[in-house]
Design a protein around this ligand. Structure first.
Ligand SMILES: [Ca+2]
Ligand SMILES: [Ca+2]
Length: 441
């Protein structure tokens, strides 16, 4: 039931999101924009942008008007920008950009020409910006990323109508709204996207070459199959030149490829948000020379924070194929007096953990009902927060590790740490640790 409700909510958000894109990304309207701006000019400026997010009718009008007003489109943009400069709030964060994105112009550093982006390109760039990560300057990693960052330097200005210019620097694939402190970065290099742009100097239009657009990619060099020669490894986000937010996340080893995510699975804002950007990690084979190739990432998840995902692959005889990551299997028993035993039969391990049960017993009615509930099979589905690779046991070889939580709706029971090794063609859990909630360590 909970899942059904969640699904309906997601569908609603998704539908609203699609409508919003339809109205936003198909361009903007002279009449509609001026009217909206005029009628809202004395109210909070956030009202000006929000109506474009939801109503389907607005989207329909927008499309019709755009078709009849194509020629005057450029003038409109100038007018709107002048209006905005004259005192309206301008979009200065990516979240707000999603509610009001309309047209895009691109300017190269050191050039005076401002190019109008064709519509598919607006969508491509919107999609790219929906897959950025924020630089958190209060973390060591964020600090490291930003310490040499030059706010004044950029390679391209992305001029979305109604928004502050976004300054994009190819080195480090970093971007920020002009005059704003917040910096974002892409998980991969957008070089291929920039290199496929075609700037037409007679029409002042920028288009993109090809039907399949490589939006971002990361390359790695590692010997995956253990033959002593390094492979060319790529993690790539590819999409069609059509106006939607769907594409494929692909992993390639020497040209042999596997699809990690495709279509709706890789659909991001406003539908959902990536927590941890996808990256490739290697897991050495136990008693062997090969490696499993891991694609690790996480989604931001309402209510629980994060959902971690790992996809694993091997590369054998010039061909990539998927490797199963086996889940840890556990059995829970309630011993009484706030003590729960969690057993891991395949690992020959039993662990007792103290859990505050008073509230749970009250919730389920009495101790017997609680015992029945906690020992029911279906609660054994740990929710994974994130995956990472580290030498967990200090033996000099890294393991795949996962931090997760065991839930008994609506209660959290305990945290579970699992480490996995790659052996005999599969990745399986080899170590587990259970921690009480709120006691880290
Ligand atoms: Ca090799
Ligand atoms: Ca180890």
């Amino acid at each position: 039931m909970k899942r059904l409700i969640l699904f309906i909510v997601l569908v609603l958000i998704f539908t609203a999101g699609c409508q919003s894109q339809e109205s936003s990304f198909t361009g903007h309207v002279d009449g509609e924009n001026e009217t909206t701006a005029a009628s809202n000019s004395v109210t909070d400026s956030s009202v000006v942008t929000s109506p474009k997010t939801i109503p389907a009718e607005t989207g329909a009008d927008t499309v019709t008007d755009i078709n009849t007003n194509k020629d005057t489109n450029t003038d409109t943009n100038t007018d709107t920008n002048t209006d905005l400069d004259a005192g309206q709030d301008i979009v200065n964060s990516l979240d707000d950009l999603y509610r009001s994105m309309h047209t895009l112009k691109i300017q190269k550093n050191g050039e005076s020409t401002v190019y109008d982006a064709v519509r598919p390109l607006v969508s491509v760039f919107g999609d790219m910006l929906s897959k950025v990560e924020t630089v958190y300057t209060d973390t060591p990693e964020g600090n490291e990323k930003i310490k040499d960052f030059d706010y004044g330097h950029y390679d391209y200005r992305l001029k979305f109508n109604g928004a502050k210019d976004i300054l994009f620097t190819r080195k480090g694939n970093m971007l920020h709204f002009e005059g704003e402190k917040k910096v974002y970065y892409l998980w991969g290099s957008a070089d291929s996207l920039w290199d496929s742009l075609i700037f037409n100097d007679s029409s002042n239009i920028v288009d993109i070459d090809g039907e399949i657009i490589q939006v971002m990619s990361n390359t790695y060099n590692q010997d995956v199959d253990g033959d002593g020669k390094a492979e060319d490894i790529e993690l790539v986000y590819e999409r069609g030149k059509t106006e939607d937010f769907k594409g494929k996340l692909i992993v390639r080893v020497n040209g042999s490829e596997a699809v990690v995510l495709e279509s709706d699975d890789w659909y991001t804002k406003p539908y959902r948000t990536i927590g941890q950007m996808p990256e490739i990690k290697m897991l050495h084979e136990e008693n062997g020379n090969s490696k499993a190739l891991l694609v690790i990432y996480s989604w931001a998840t309402n209510g629980i924070g994060s959902t971690g995902i790992v996809n694993a692959y091997k590369y054998v005889n010039g061909s990539i194929s998927e490797v199963e990551v086996k889940d840890v299997e556990g059995i829970i028993n309630y011993k009484g007096d706030d003590v729960v035993t969690i057993g891991f039969p395949t690992l020959n391990k039993n662990m007792d953990i103290k859990i505050e049960t008073k509230e749970m017993i009250e919730f389920f009615g009495d101790e017997d009902s609680f015992k029945q509930e906690i020992e029911a099979d279906q609660i054994w589905e740990p929710h994974k927060f994130w995956y990472f690779v580290e030498d967990h046991d200090g033996d000099g070889q890294e393991e795949l590790c996962c931090e997760s939580i065991i839930l008994m709706y609506p209660f959290d029971l305990c945290r579970l740490y699992t480490c996995y090794k790659y052996e005999g063609g599969e990745i399986r859990p080899v170590q587990v640790r259970v921690n009480a909630i709120h006691s880290d360590g």
